[in-house]
Design a protein around this ligand. Structure first.
Ligand SMILES: Nc1ncnc2c1ncn2[C@@H]1O[C@H](COP(=O)(O)OP(=O)(O)OP(=O)(O)O)[C@@H](O)[C@H]1O
Ligand SMILES: [Mg+2]
Length: 312
């Protein structure tokens, strides 16, 4: 099963096993839940079967997002594609080890139930270092890290020298991803594809953003992640949540209470570009890439080096 045995791509031969997408960043409010919902709906609308998992048992933002979507579909009498959703509530056991075992059990049971019935599992994680969060990073095939477009949020990946903008140190989160990648490779020979997405980008490019972009490029070489096209700061992303919609859904004046604007269309385009840059095993090329990566992982005995991550 997912946490212990060999896995395949959704389209690969043999038993179907979902491709797991984890949305993670230990910094709060970076856009994880918003991104998770948009990626899930994008895949649903492309005809894939998708399960969503909320590991942020305290905030339950993704769970509420899905509930709002169901309510809106009923109220507005519209057919909306839905993911199969479950969340893992935080354990109330007295000792840490008991709590961790209970959460582990709930997650594995939940995943065991869904992973063979869906093409993709999208997991939203909390903005804190929890046991479940670490576990999620160890079962990811694709890790998406949305990052607010500012140096304040940059330190979740690495510390930079304020004058030279050189990278001084990698952060705890980035080291955690490196460990997860190594362990994952040792456990079932899979390669985790890590994609960082700049979120809430300003429409006007400032010097600060150019510096963020340059530092991010440096860090991407050091840590082995890819950088996806960014998502702009748009009020509509906040307006979608209460009605459970995303930039990819069909919306008109009746749904939005106002005429769709250029911002809606631009947001849709940005999310489509994000999906394309994830290089998920969705099209023929993506499937070939996933198979090639899996074949490579199965045969290569040498330690993981940076170009391997970009094997595709
Ligand atoms: N591109 C964007 N433009 C405008 N608002 C955004 C954008 N992305 C996210 N938001 C808003 O920012 C807030 C935080 O986003 P979200 O809940 O997705 O972050 P998160 O990383 O899941 O937070 P947490 O760590 O608390 O779980 C929400 O109100 C969301 O609507
Ligand atoms: Mg969240």
């Amino acid at each position: 099963m997912l946490l212990s045995s060999t896995r395949g791509s959704p389209s690969g031969g043999g038993r179907r096993t979902a491709h797991v997408i984890v949305v993670g960043n230990e910094k709060g409010g970076s856009g994880k839940s918003t991104t998770a919902m948009h990626v899930a709906v994008a895949l649903l609308r492309s005809g894939y079967s998708v399960a969503t998992v909320d590991l942020d048992g305290r905030q339950l933002s993704l769970t509420r997002y899905v509930e709002n979507r169901k309510r809106w579909a009923r109220t507005a009498r519209v057919a909306l594609a839905m993911p199969e959703h479950f969340h893992v509530p935080p354990s109330k056991r007295d000792t840490i080890s008991d709590a961790e075992s209970e959460e582990f059990r709930k997650l594995t049971e939940g995943l065991g139930d869904i992973e063979n019935r869906h093409d993709f599992v999208v997991i939203d994680t909390p903005g804190s270092d929890t046991f479940l969060n670490r576990l999620a990073h160890r079962i990811a095939d694709t890790l998406i890290t949305p990052m607010n477009d500012s140096f304040i949020d940059f330190d979740v990946l690495g510390r930079i020298d304020p004058v030279s903008l050189e990278i001084i140190d990698v952060s705890q989160y980035a080291s955690g991803v490196r460990d997860a990648r190594r362990e994952r490779r040792q456990t079932d020979n899979a390669i985790l594809d890590w994609v960082v997405v700049r979120n809430r980008m300003a429409n006007i490019t400032s010097r600060n953003e150019q510096k963020v972009a340059a530092c991010l490029r440096n860090l991407s070489m050091k840590l082995g992640f890819r950088i996806a096209d960014g998502i702009s700061e748009r009020i509509i992303f906040r307006e979608f949540f209460p009605i459970g919609l995303t930039a990819l859904d069909d919306f008109d004046e009746h749904v939005l209470g106002t005429k769709p604007t250029l911002s809606h269309l631009a947001a849709r385009q940005e999310i489509r570009q994000l999906l394309a840059s994830l290089r998920l095993p969705t099209d023929e090329l993506g499937r070939k890439r996933a198979d090639a990566r899996r074949r490579y992982a199965e045969t290569a005995g040498r330690p993981l080096v940076l170009p391997d991550i970009f094997a595709s």
